[in-house]
Each structure stands twice: as C-alpha cells, then as structure tokens.
Design a protein around this ligand. Sequence first.
Ligand code: NAD
Length: 332
Amino acid sequence: MPASSGSELEFKFQAVEEEELEPEYDVVIVGGGPAAFSAAVYSARFLMKSVMIGEEPGGQLTLAGTVDDYIGIPEVIASDLIERFQGHAAKYGVRLVMDRVESVEELEDSRKRVTTLGGRETVAKAVIVAIGSKRRKLGVPGEDKYNARGVSYCSVCDAPLFRGAEAVAVVGGGDSAVEGAALLADYAKNVYLIHRRDAFRAQPINVEALRRKGNVKFLLNSVVREIFGDTKVRGLIVEDLRSGRRSELRVDGVFIEIGFEPDVEFARRNGLGTSEGGYIVVDDWMRTTRPGVFAAGDCTSAWVGFRQVVTAVAQGAVAAYSAARYVRDKWG
Ligand code: NAD
C-alpha cells in the first residue's frame, strides 16, 4: 500500500496476509492501531528487529472520520493519518503481517513463542501487546450507517466538530457520558443525555456539575431504538421505558459512551494480570505482570477514561523503550 501521496513520507508500507514470519525477532508487536505503529517505529529506532502482527492497519482509526486532536496535524482525515503511520513504520522497515495472535508461550530461556490464528509461528525476545479495546455499541438500526457521519464514540475527540450545532445527544450513564455531555454543552446549543436508568454510575460531583448547565436535558429511563438521517444524522427514535412511548428527537449528532470491551480472554490465556475492568495491568514503564511482555494503548490499565491517539502512541513509545532495555539487559 503506498504512503499518502500528499505526504512527505513516501515509503512503501507492506500489510501482508500471505507473508511468512521470520523464525525469530527481538520484538513482536501485537496489534495494528496507533499504539502498535508507535511501538514499531520506536522499536526499530532502538535497533530491535521487529514485526507487527495485527488484524488490520489502523485499528479504531479505521472507524473515525476527521481527527483534530493529534498534535501537529490538525483536521487530518483518519485514513490519511493511518497512511502516515504506515509510511513511518515502512521508513524503518517494519512490516505488518495481517493475522490474529492467539498465544504468547514462555520458552525455557525466557523467549516467547508467538502463535497466530492463521497458523504462523515465531519466537521473540520481547512482546508488546497493543490489541486495543472495542468501544461498546448500542446495536440499533442506523448506528453503523451513520458512523462518523454524526455517530461518534468519543466526545473528547469529536465535540469540537459540533460547535454551534442545534442539538446533540449523549447515550450512557457513566463518567465518560456525563463528562462528555458537559463538554458538548459548551459547543452545542442543546444537549440530551439519554440513560436507560434513573441512577448514574458516574461520580455524583460530575452529575451535579452537568445539572447546573442550562442547556442539558436529562432523558432518564430512556433508550435509543433507532438513529435516522439522510447523508448524516438527523435524529433518534427514543423510547421511554416506563410508558413504552416512542418519540422522535431531532439531533445533529449522537455520542455513544457506553463503555469498552477489552479482550480479557487474550490476557487470561497469556498469563497477563488484568484490572477490575479487564485491562492489562501495566506499571509506569508499560511492563505487564509477565517479564518480557509489555503493553500499550487502549488495552492497558493506564489512563483509563482518557483514550486518545496521542496517549496510545505515547504508551507505544514507552513500551518499545522498555522492551529494548529488557532485551539489551538480558541478551546484550
Ligand atoms: P486500537 O483499538 O486502535 O488498535 C488495536 C488493534 O489491534 C486493532 O486493529 C485490532 O484489530 C488489533 N487486535 C486486537 N486483538 C488482536 C490480536 N489478538 N492479534 C492481533 N491484532 C489484534 O487500539 P490502540 O492502538 O491502543 O489505540 C488507538 C487510540 O486511538 C485509542 O486511544 C482511541 O481512543 C483513539 N482514537 C481516537 C480517535 C480520534 O478521533 N481522536 C479516533 C479513533 C481512535
């Protein structure tokens, strides 16, 4: 896949399904999102022989529209940002082999045998896990159709796109939803917070702060049944769970903030300690509970509640630094 034609990075990136893995690497990076690309670039800069094994290039960015919070590249189309990441990894000669890693098994000398769903196998001195976490979906008609055309899963990322909008809705009852609604209230004229219960999981102080905003309306005991529009979102069908009544709510955007689903099974299967929420536990240096295995990005227990491209790439860089130090200390 060629790097972005408008970009100064003109290196050819290889995301390959057919390609074989080499028998051994210093560092295997699991994942294909921003955290993984950053880990790849930094690992290579630390002269580690590295490879990425991921399901697709881009991760959650493949679902995003415009990214306007990645420092230095304002209003970049998400697919262009992915191409830039790919170009940067290509500059350092790191390939992405498209596959899903199943197991990271311990060998007698502390190296790891990495096995994939597609039947590939390799050995690594260190492994960086950057498998992200899926944002939970509502599962209603219109949700996928209007993704990035009014449907967003990240208020912090996309609130500024709704400056001056007549109305937006936020769905959820946790801190992300409540804080997202508060942020959106500073951009849009009217905000609806739609929550299926009448009590919030969010911290009371955040709920109180939201109640003080003059332009936020709480729709409690209510659920979204449908998202409709034309070329972009125009409104929602909302059901009041007590009366069963359905009504149409005109909005320009809907923010679905109902949580994340980290791949707990991957962590358990591979002996990585997890937090209560199912995230891979890491210390300040992105070390997991298992020596030689590091983690970065949305799959980790670090900075839960503030998930950004910039935080993911920061963790990727730190994980690569730690992995390189680990490899040098152990194998010279
Ligand atoms: P990610 O979810 O983007 O990438 C993880 C990747 O790993 C995915 O491609 C997934 O398919 C792959 N994967 C999962 N399990 C795997 C396995 N077992 N083997 C191989 N591959 C596997 O996660 P990330 O890189 O940690 O973070 C991306 C960041 O970007 C997040 O913080 C997110 O919130 C942020 N983001 C921001 C915007 C914005 O508009 N600013 C938009 C989208 C995403």
